[in-house]
Design a binder for this molecule. Structure first.
Ligand SMILES: [Zn+2]
Length: 584
């Protein structure tokens, strides 16, 4: 192992407590905005009171949401209007997104958001209480315009300090920002030799003293540590995209496996960056073979043994492909007289309901006379193993670092001609198509079931803005020219069937309504109550691909079971519809 960087940082709350004293502040209120959980900020306020300092320590992350959580008696409210800034260098809905999921937390209150004409970093809030009182409040949202790690101009939340005698206040570079900047700068400065892949595993182990704060609504949680993971991961992809001369967001980049692991500390702020050999550990602690009824009720991502057992039950001809770290991608071909279909899951390995859903669907199809399909339930086992590892300490974090392979790329974007020795996981798709001759690929995916942010790089995840908030069980259709009619009919048949699943369409409607309030325009069609996108796309050699996007990062329990049940139902409905469409 090679340590690239290691550092500890003074905690911002400790520094404030040490620097401020009652004499100097003489009765004036001190206001500061930091990246800390509520409990730590309240504790620091108490420490300051003991020193004779009256202080209000607020959250620099999602300040409007925290204003309502910490400073307003929500149960007394009748109506709220929020005028949010629109900054020229940020998306127009940026500060509306940052207010998410306020509208859901103010259930029963009349809530209206409107854009302001200016970009000044505050919200103008009008509170109307049930007893008729009205209050006007200016809620600061400290941000800075800066060049981010990808070299792009970003408007990002930042720490702030306002002493009583200085009305505007000034930027306070917090421990959270310093840790990120220092580790990123060290990685950028490292003399990376040769071409891709640059490393096996690039491990970023950070400890940060902020607890996750569930919002008591759906899967929503405020997690500074999860957000730090996301910003490290995507910023590092961008840094290596630049280094490789690729465009930002290029999914073919193969830097190696990037693994940010952001643990909870009891006060320490530290980070260690090192190069490690790839792990090829087999499985997880709770990895059992699961019989069919247990698989149907799996309440958490399943392990290797359950996948192998599921494939055994399906039968058919086994085929497989290798991964960079030596794991195997396992698949089956069930040969029959039906129109063949390819089923896959786990391309993005932190999207876990598709893995169980693919197995459940395939074992039902296998009972059907004439059944004809391939199934590869977990296309990216290296990413899945990283997901299992990161999930141990932080089960409710979305862990996008587990999305791509150990080469660091999206296997779908691996070009057989250019991949050379690195075809690996992609070979399973080519083989599935060669064996079956399928003209339909059912490709099971997921996306975050709570808000996804990059607070230190412009807040909204670059190139993934449309997936930043949950908006129901989403279907993406990609088809070749000449297949429009079949694609449209398939979408209609599948969504009509999904609409019969109790509560699924109702949950969609709930998520979409909140999405519309906080994101503005939707940009998608609703077919039978299901959000859909359909486009002409010739990249795959299979002419019709139906991609499912279940909001499954990071659900467990009944919500997880509903997720893989919806994935299974989609496969079964699409298979059935395809038989009729192809014959007619
Ligand atoms: Zn995906």
């Amino acid at each position: 192992m090679t340590v690239l960087f290691e550092a500890s940082f003074e905690r911002t709350l400790d520094r404030l407590c040490a620097q401020l004293n009652g004499g100097a502040q003489s009765g004036n209120l001190v206001e500061a905005w930091t990246f800390d959980d509520a409990r730590s900020r309240r504790a620091a306020e108490r420490r300051l009171v003991e020193r004779g300092v009256s202080a209000r320590l607020r959250s620099a992350y999602k300040p409007l949401l925290h204003f309502f959580l910490e400073e307003v008696q929500r149960r007394d409210l009748a109506a709220v209007t929020v005028a949010y800034p629109v900054h020229q260098q940020a998306p127009a809905n940026r500060f509306l997104l940052e207010a998410y999921p306020l509208a859901a937390l103010l259930d029963g209150v009349e809530v209206a958001f409107r854009p302001r004409a200016d970009g000044a970093f505050h919200y103008d809030v009008t509170l109307t209480f049930k007893d008729g009182r009205r209050e006007e409040q200016r809620v600061a949202a400290p941000n800075r315009v800066h060049t981010d790690m990808a070299g792009e101009t970003s408007v990002s939340p930042t720490g702030w300090l306002r002493l009583g005698n200085n009305e505007d206040g000034e930027r306070l570079e917090t421990d959270y920002e310093r840790l990120f900047e220092a580790a990123m700068t060290a990685i950028i400065a490292h003399p990376w030799a040769g071409g891709e892949p640059y490393f096996e595993e690039l491990s970023i182990r950070a400890d940060y003293p902020a607890e996750d704060e569930p919002l008591d609504f759906a899967d929503e949680v405020v997690s500074l540590r999860e957000a730090l993971h996301e910003d490290f991961y995507f910023s590092l992809l961008e840094v290596f995209q630049r280094k490789s001369g690729r465009p930002l967001g290029d999914r073919g980049l193969k830097p190696g496996q990037i693994a940010p692991d952001i643990g909870l500390s009891d006060g320490a702020v530290r980070v260690r960056v090192e190069l490690r050999p790839l792990s090829c550990d087999a499985a997880t602690a709770a990895d059992e073979p699961l019989d069919a009824p247990l698989l149907d009720r799996a309440a958490a991502p399943i392990g290797d043994a359950a996948i192998r057992a599921g494939l055994e039950r399906i039968g058919g001809e086994p085929f497989e492909a290798g991964t960079r770290s030596g794991r195997r991608v396992l698949a089956r071909y069930v040969r029959g007289s039906d129109a063949p279909v390819m089923i896959s899951g786990g391309q993005h390995a932190n999207e876990t309901t598709g893995v169980a859903g693919a197995l459940r669907a395939a074992s039902r199809l296998a009972q059907r006379p004439g059944a004809h399909f391939t199934v590869s339930p977990l296309e990216n086992p290296d990413g899945y193993a990283l997901h299992q590892r990161l999930r141990t300490d932080n089960p409710r974090h979305m862990h996008h670092a587990a999305r791509y392979t150990a080469l660091g790329d999206d296997l779908e974007y691996r070009n057989p001609v250019e991949a050379g020795p690195h075809l690996n996981e992609k070979a399973i798709r080519l083989e599935a198509e060669r064996l079956s001759g399928a003209r339909l690929h059912l490709n099971l995916h997921g996306y975050p079931s709570h808000e996804w942010t990059r607070p230190l790089s412009g807040y909204v995840p670059r190139n993934f803005a449309m997936w930043t908030l949950p908006k129901g069980f989403f279907l993406v259709m990609r088809h070749h020219a000449g297949w429009e009619t079949a694609a449209e009919r398939l979408l209609d048949r599948v969504t009509a069937h999904l609409a019969t699943i109790p509560e699924l369409a109702a949950r969609n409607a709930e998520q979409i309504a909140l999405y519309e309030i906080h994101a503005g325009e939707t940009g998608f069609r609703l077919i039978n109550g299901f959000p859909c996108l359909s486009s002409l796309d010739e990249r795959s050699t299979v002419p019709v691909t139906l991609i499912t996007e279940y909001p499954d990062e990071t659900i467990y329990g009944d919500a997880f079971i509903q997720g893989h049940t919806a994935q299974m139902a989609t496969v079964l409905a699409a298979y059935e519809a395809w038989q009729e469409l192809i014959v007619s």
